[in-house]
Design a protein around this ligand. Structure first.
Ligand SMILES: [Zn+2]
Length: 148
């Protein structure tokens, strides 16, 4: 049977070992970070850090940005590839998938009809809209001065 001193000694060694591992891990990470900074520059490194802490984008979702024609409300629609989009067949040209959707403006309840054709890689190749306008992500995120 181990004596109390032996147990304490073992435990102490174990803690010491963990600290050593942690220290060398920290050094390793610091080394990695420095190499990365040298390669991509400090701005690139900050960008990398930002992307590292951001939740990963859901690959199943396609964001569509639009504005309502009636009240100018900006709307973001998240389209699910597996649910909202259906496959097309050869006779319909290069489009592989199509989305037909009715979006209701959450401010004035205006109906906006969307139709978007995608190629095999989910790139938009054709889009039509009634009752609204397509806008870019930047336009969607832009704060409008003067409005509520
Ligand atoms: Zn509206």
């Amino acid at each position: 049977m181990l004596k109390l001193e032996q147990v304490l000694c073992l435990r102490y060694n174990y803690i010491l070992l963990n600290v050593k591992i942690l220290e060398s891990f920290k050094l390793l990470m610091l080394g990695r970070a420095l190499i990365l900074i040298r390669e991509v520059g400090i701005m690139g490194f900050l960008k990398f850090l930002k992307s590292f802490f951001q939740p990963p984008k859901d690959r199943n979702l396609i964001p569509i940005y639009l504005s309502d024609k009636k009240c100018n409300e900006k709307i973001k629609v998240l389209v699910r590839k597996t649910y909202d989009i259906h496959s097309l067949y050869e006779e319909e040209g290069e489009a592989a998938y199509r989305l037909n959707k009715v979006v209701i403006c959450n401010k004035c309840y205006n109906k906006i009809n969307l139709s978007i054709d995608f190629d095999r890689n989910y790139n938009i190749i054709k889009k039509t809209i009634e009752g609204g306008n397509f806008i870019t992500e930047e336009e969607y995120n832009k704060e409008e001065i003067g409005s509520d």
